[in-house]
Design a protein around this ligand. Structure first.
Ligand code: XMP
Length: 509
């Protein structure tokens, strides 16, 4: 699977993961490495191509990150993107300057060399995402300009005989017209990729690797019910069956009947599944606590304690498994290696852990690839396409202090919200109910009531760093409102949250 590799050398670009995702989507495997890697190290990977990412620096400054100039002499095709273009051109004798005007957003870009290898078949003009202040004002010798914009003459350039290509725009983002075509041209016309990367044999290869590394020893996995740990459990169960023990700590703060659903799926598999019903323990610790941060700290600490208590009852287990995925590794600045590592701290593991090794069979995959593997392993859609759910669970969706009665109420209100919004063809990325700590007067039958206000939240986002509230139709909102107030006692009013992030956050606490 790894015999055809594109190396992505990182200079601090915010879209580096998107570059890797795009090549993989085009069936070419890629990995992200530091931009400081030496040409000798690059050679060891034997890549069919190299992509230099964007970054926040000015290429002409002495302090800015640079790649080993010997990389340009290896004869391996290289594509520089944004800062990657600037550092490549600067390093090869071109000029990079900071003009008065930068370009930000979708900028009309014209192909100016109609025999360009990289821009072949790309529409002109195309709107390409630009996000730069600096630009290449003089090309290095041997390069020709292939695209221009109103404020950036050298929006793309190439030196075909040396296999060096560069674009000032970002082909890796959806906002660029024909960006995928540019990437396709680089991978298939320049690097001559075969495009053989598929996930089809992923399960088989990993199963073999896990069996080989683990032998007859035992493996322990903390199963949260999230996508990553669930797929990890299913894969490990296929590989080593009863040598695997999964501990699912049910803190009682899950959604409606979610703990039972997780148990139903995993207790059927050939593995040791332990569900720890720790709701009482968590509720006791949370009693009277209203501060969101305090709630988070208490839940995090109690989680570790319950896990330790349970695992100590199991006797010696040699390996610990984690559902670490590739973005976790990229974000923690680590390097993805083999399935089995003796040690690394992505999962927040203490340095002095007692395990012989850590098993991370998903650590080379992106989230959407993990979902594909989950489906291939036969996990249900409800698990594989589960929307993000915070570790502290419903505790941070109950404003103020937490009681069992409030938890029951929120679980049922949330279930109604999920059922109704879940029927939409195009679903928001996250949707849920919040139990506010406000009560309001109402009337049910001939009685005055004084009951809770439930808030409904639904957000549209691609990265959860920012979000917009989703304009759910009034018809759906009315249905939710009448169902919650009709089916649940103690709720007098439903409100819909129409705040984006910023200034709000996705969660209420
Ligand atoms: P916020 O509320 O920060 O949420 O805009 C962004 C995303 O992160 C999730 N979230 C959490 N996830 N532990 C988690 O594991 C937490 O404490 C936590 N707080 C928020 C939230 O659900 C959303 O997807």
């Amino acid at each position: 699977m790894k015999n055809e590799l594109v190396l992505i050398l990182d200079f601090g670009g915010q879209y580096k993961e998107l570059i890797s995702r795009m090549t993989r989507r085009l069936n070419v495997y890629s990995e992200i490495k530091s931009g400081k890697i030496s040409a000798e190290e690059v050679k060891k990977f034997n890549p069919i191509g190299i992509i230099l990412t964007g970054g926040p620096n000015s290429a002409y400054l002495e302090t800015s990150p640079k790649c080993d100039p010997a990389i340009f002499e290896l004869g391996i095709p290289i594509l520089g993107i944004c800062y990657g273009m600037q550092t490549m051109c600067f390093s090869l004798g071109g000029r990079v300057e900071t003009p008065n005007v930068g370009e930000y957003g979708r900028i009309e870009t014209n192909t100016v060399a109609h025999n360009s290898v990289l821009m072949q078949g790309v529409k002109s003009p195309a709107r390409m995402l630009m996000s730069h202040t600096d630009q290449v004002t003089q090309l290095p010798q041997g390069f020709v300009r292939t695209a221009s914009t109103a404020h950036c003459q050298n929006a793309a350039c190439e030196n075909v005989s040396r296999n060096l290509y560069a674009v000032q725009f970002h082909p890796e983002v959806e906002l660029s017209d024909d960006g995928e075509k540019v990437m396709h041209n680089f991978l298939f016309n320049v690097c001559k990729a075969a495009g053989s990367y598929r996930l089809d044999d992923y399960i088989e290869t990993r199963v073999k690797a896990i069996r080989q590394a683990v032998g007859t020893k035992r493996v322990l996995l903390g199963l949260s019910g999230g996508v990553d740990s669930s797929v990890c459990a299913a894969l490990l169960s296929k590989a080593i069956g009863e040598q695997l023990t999964c501990i699912f700590v049910d803190h009682g703060l899950m959604r409606y009947k979610e703990g039972d659903a997780i148990e139903a799926i995993f207790s059927k598999k050939k593995l040791h599944f332990i569900r720890v019903n720790a709701a009482d323990r968590f509720l006791k610790k949370l009693k009277g606590i209203s501060s969101p941060e305090e709630k988070r700290k208490i839940i995090g600490a109690e989680f570790v304690r319950v896990f330790e208590d349970e695992s100590s009852k199991l006797g010696d287990i040699e390996f610990l498994a984690q559902g670490t995925i590739y973005p976790d590794i990229i974000e923690s600045g680590g390097e993805f290696g083999d399935t089995i590592k003796s040690h690394h701290n992505v999962g927040g593991l203490p340095d002095n852990h007692k395990f012989e090794g850590i098993v991370e069979p998903l650590s080379g995959l992106f989230k959407d690839e993990v979902r594909i593997i989950g489906k291939m392993l036969g996990l249900p859609d409800s698990l594989v396409y589960r929307q993000p759910f915070p570790g502290p669970g419903l505790a941070i969706r109950i404003m103020g202090d937490i009681t069992q009665a409030k938890l029951d109420l929120l679980q049922r209100a949330d279930h109604i919200v999920c059922e109704e919004i879940g029927k939409l063809r195009k679903k928001p990325q996250q949707y849920f109910a919040v139990l506010t700590d406000t009560r309001s007067v109402g009337v049910k039958g001939d009685h005055r009531t004084y009951d809770y206000v439930v808030a409904v939240r639904a957000v549209t986002t691609s990265d959860f760093m920012t979000c917009e509230y989703t304009p759910i139709s009034h018809k759906v909102l009315s249905k939710i409102s009448s169902r919650i107030t009709g089916e649940l006692a103690n709720v007098s009013r439903i409100v819909y949250d129409i705040t984006s992030k910023p200034p709000a956050t996705v969660e209420w606490e």
